[in-house]
Design a protein around this ligand. Structure first.
Ligand code: NAP
Length: 283
C-alpha cells in the first residue's frame, strides 16, 4: 500500500518505521526539511518533503501533527487528495478533531494509538511502539465501514489491539486514564519542589527511585501535548480533576482523623480495583 504520514515526530516516525517494515511504501511530509531528511536516514519513510503534494498518490494518510494542526493540515491536504483516499489522525482527543474533519466531507476516520514515551521528535521514533497497545478508532454513523476496517487492519498489523467507540466516549475515557494522570503527575513533581529546605529537597532527589520515576513519568513528558489535552478536552478533564480533588480530600480526612482502619480499607479497595484495568495486576 502507498501510505502518507504528515508530522514525522514520535508517533508519525514510529508508524513509518513499522509500516515500512510491513512492506508498505511510506511518504512523509514534515514541517521542517531537516526532520524529513532525518526520517529518510532513520528508515521511517521512503521519501520526504515539506510539500503535501507528495501525498497525492497515497491510499491512506495518517495526520500525526500536534492536535491544533490536525484540521488545518486536513484542509491544506484537500486539493491533493483522490476521492477514495482514506485519512486518519492520531490525535489524543477526538470530538474536536472528528466533528470538524467530518464536516469537510473527506473519507476520514479518527484514530488514537494509546502508546507513547516521554520523548518527542523524529529521534524518539521507535519500531514496535504500538505492539500490544490499544488503538482506538472513532467512526461516525456515516463513516464508510471499509474506511474503518482498512485503518483497523493496518493497526492490527502493527500488533495493536483495536477498539471502536464514539468520539465522546473516547474523550471521557481518556480524560480519566490519560489526561488526568498527566496533570496529577505534573502536580506530584511540583509538590516535591515545594519542599522549603534545600538539603531535604536534594536528599529527596537523590533517594527518588522506581516509584517516583513511574509516577512522575507522564507529568514530565511533552509539555505541548499536555497543554493540548487540556485545551481540547477541557470539560471532561475538569470533571475528572473535580473527582480527583474529592478523592484526595477523602484521603486527607482519613489521615487527619487518624482513621487507619478506614485508610487501609480504602487502599485494599484500590488494590482490588486496579486489577480491573486492562493491564491487570502484574504491571
Ligand atoms: P512530536 O514528537 O512533537 O511530533 C510532532 C511532529 O509534528 C513534529 O515532527 C513536527 O515537525 C510536526 N509539527 C509540529 N507542528 C506542526 C504544524 N503546525 N504543522 C505541521 N507539522 C507540525 O509529537 P507526537 O508525540 O508524535 O504527537 C503527535 C500527535 O500524536 C499529537 O496529535 C498527539 O496528540 C498524538 N499522540 C501522542 C502520543 C504521545 O504519547 N506522544 C500518544 C498518542 C497520540 P518538525 O519536527 O518538523 O518540527
Amino acid at each position: 500500500m502507498r501510505i502518507g504520514i504528515v508530522g514525522l515526530g514520535l508517533i508519525g516516525g514510529s508508524l513509518g518505521l513499522d509500516l515500512r517494515q510491513l512492506g508498505h511504501q511510506v511518504f512523509g511530509v514534515a514541517r521542517r526539511s531537516s526532520t524529513g531528511d532525518r526520517a529518510v536516514v532513520r528508515g521511517a519513510v521512503d521519501a520526504a518533503s515539506c510539500d503535501l503534494k507528495l501525498l497525492s498518490p497515497t491510499e491512506v494518510i495518517y495526520i500525526c501533527t500536534p492536535i491544533a494542526a490536525i484540521v488545518p493540515t486536513l484542509e491544506e491536504l484537500l486539493p491533493h487528495l483522490q476521492a477514495e483516499t482514506i485519512i486518519t489522525d492520531v490525535g489524543s482527543v477526538k470530538v474536536a478533531v472528528v466533528e470538524q474533519a467530518t464536516a469537510l466531507g473527506v473519507n476520514f476516520v479518527g484514530g488514537h494509538p494509546m502508546a507513547g514515551t516521554a520523548q518527542q521528535g523524529i529521534e524518539a521514533a521507535m519500531s514496535g511502539l504500538f505492539c500490544h497497545a490499544p488503538y482506538v478508532l472513532t467512526p461516525m454513523a456515516d463513516t464508510p465501514r471499509a474506511t474503518t476496517e482498512t485503518v483497523a487492519e493496518l493497526a492490527r498489523a502493527l500488533g495493536a489491539i483495536v477498539y471502536t467507540c464514539t468520539p465522546q466516549a473516547h474523550d471521557r475515557a481518556v480524560a480519566r486514564i490519560s489526561h488526568l494522570p498527566v496533570m496529577v503527575s505534573a502536580a506530584l513533581i511540583d509538590s516535591c519542589f515545594r519542599e522549603e529546605e534545600g538539603t531535604v529537597l536534594e536528599l529527596a532527589q537523590r533517594l527518588a527511585s522506581s516509584g517516583f520515576r513511574d509516577t512522575s513519568r507522564v507529568g514530565g513528558g511533552n509539555p505541548e501535548l499536555g497543554t493540548m489535552m487540556a485545551r481540547y478536552n477541557r470539560r471532561a478533564l475538569l470533571q475528572t480533576l473535580a473527582d480527583y480533588r474529592q478523592s484526595i480530600a477523602e484521603i486527607c480526612d482519613y489521615i487527619e482523623r487518624e482513621d487507619w482502619q478506614a485508610l487501609e480499607a480504602h487502599l485494599e479497595t484500590m488494590n482490588e480495583k486496579r486489577s480491573r484495568f486492562g493491564f491487570g495486576r502484574s504491571n
